[in-house]
Design a protein. Structure first.
Length: 469
């Protein structure tokens, strides 16, 4: 009769349950503790306790099976059954039939455990509103819907448009319905797994699907994952679909070039012999400069390849080896294509006065990528401004805000004033010096100076065409 001793026995040897005194099974505290420890204890609890609402209310919190042993009047007690199914939806199995047809009780049970629907009345399992309310939380609800509902085209479509993978539980005829499957796949590409085999193998259907949902390629038939047109269409819709292309396609040069045109990263999946073929890779990077990221290391150090690539696109220099990025001739080829290539050169070239000045003669933007020691060098920047007044824009900030330096710059090339620091753009003396050097610099000045008699007169004296500004 010792409660604590009896519980110790249960913990150590559940078989000892038969030797526990009958009187203990009438004690609520012991019975609840025993039920918590082992399910067989349910059979030994006294009928008196199973008729007690307070005891059963606590017991159903421990296990859903408790309701099966409760007195019949308690199994028809709506409040008690609601409590039971909220803790374990499958407890609905032991409720009286009237409650298994109760919408609220069944909804609580199904939301706790969708399998509870197997114990719901057939009337509710055929109720579209009820099944929908559960299916929008638990897609498997459709599995327990009545056969007529599983075959109802309009109903199933409304479900799969929100819970695509519910297609798994639709009637087989609807799993073979192109319109239903499309509605599901557009919501979740994985729904294609549950389409009928005949649809997953239908090339025209899959092609129409991947054009709208590229990631569906993952779930298409293997033969279609090896179909270049299907794969290209999928990747065009979603570049991540690339990972589901069949391995055999990556040895097809024509396919890869077409793919690279859409997605530069496709080059990384090409077979090694193609990735090491300079002519092939050159064609790839010509299609899409992003493909440079996946050029093999061997080619990054190949002088002929990098030169040929740099002639097409200066970005090639970015992916070249350090040795080639330090080669004046190689950098010169890239800079001739685009002066922005200078930023990929090694520091020694970006600090080379003659090299950078030659680049500036082609495009003032080159100064932006020169070493800071040149961008802050007064004499060098002044020399650059003589070549192109826009060069001042790419000098270091301190230099652009240095009044004495800017005055020297505009006396060399008036339009440089447009690139002086903002705080100097209201300096009358600087504006006057600029238009005296080049009257047409008037177009670069603010309204207050274009309306200033002295400045306009000085501009016209230097160049009569300044009048148009």
């Amino acid at each position: 009769l010792d409660v604590e001793f009896a519980l110790v026995v249960l913990r150590q040897s559940p078989k000892g349950i038969r030797h526990i005194a009958e009187e203990l099974w009438r004690v609520p505290e012991f019975a609840l503790a025993a039920v918590r420890l082992t399910r067989p204890a349910l059979r030994f609890v006294s009928a008196e306790l199973w008729s007690s609402r307070s005891f059963v209310s606590e017991a159903v919190k421990q296990t859903r099976h408790a309701l099966a042993y409760a007195a019949r009047e308690l199994r028809s007690d709506r409040g008690l059954v609601l409590r039971a199914v909220s803790h374990g939806g499958l407890a609905l199995e032991h409720a009286e039939p009237s409650l298994r047809a109760d919408r609220e009780v069944c909804l609580v049970a199904a939301k706790q455990n969708v399998k509870a629907l197997q114990h719901v009345s057939m009337e509710l399992r055929g109720d579209s509103d009820f099944i929908r309310s559960v299916a929008l939380r638990r897609r498997r609800a459709l599995e327990y819907a009545s056969k007529p509902l599983q075959k109802d085209r309009t109903f199933v479509r409304s479900i799969v448009q929100e819970k695509a993978r519910a297609l798994e539980y639709a009637d087989e005829e609807l799993q073979a319905d192109p319109e239903i499957v499309l509605a599901a796949v557009l919501q979740d590409s994985a729904a294609l797994l549950y389409a009928a085999d005949e649809l997953r193998e239908d090339r025209d259907f899959i092609l129409s699907i991947v054009k709208k949902q590229g990631m569906a390629l993952e779930f298409a038939d293997e033969d279609l994952q090896a179909d270049p047109e299907v794969v290209l269409a999928a990747v065009e819709q979603n570049r991540d679909a690339l990972m589901y292309a069949a391995d055999e396609l990556w040895s097809d040069g024509k396919f890869i070039l077409a793919m690279v045109q859409q997605q530069g990263l496709a080059l990384q999946y090409a077979d090694e012999h193609l990735r090491l073929d300079p002519k092939f890779v050159l064609s790839a990077v010509q299609q899409n400069s992003r493909a440079f990221m996946y050029v093999a290391e061997e080619l990054r150090g190949d002088r002929d390849f990098i030169r040929a690539a740099a002639v097409q696109n200066s970005v090639a220099l970015m992916y070249a080896t350090e040795e080639l990025r330090g080669d004046r001739d190689m950098v010169s080829v890239a800079v001739q294509q685009n002066t922005n290539a200078l930023k990929y050169a090694v520091d020694s070239i970006r600090s080379d006065r003659a090299f950078v000045l030659a680049a500036i003669k082609k495009d003032a933007h080159a100064l932006e990528h020169a070493a800071d020691e040149l961008r802050g060098d007064r004499e060098f920047v002044l020399q650059a401004v003589r070549e192109d007044p826009r060069a001042l824009e790419f000098a270091l900030k301190d230099l652009r805000a240095d009044r004495d330096f800017v005055l020297r710059a505009v006396r060399e090339r008036g339009p440089a004033i447009a690139h002086a620091a903002d705080e100097l753009r209201s300096d009358r003396e600087l504006m006057l010096a600029a238009v005296m050097q080049d009257g047409c610099t008037l177009r670069c000045l603010g309204g207050q100076f274009r309306n200033n008699r002295d400045i306009v007169f000085a501009a016209l004296s230097q160049n009569g065409l300044a009048l148009q500004h």
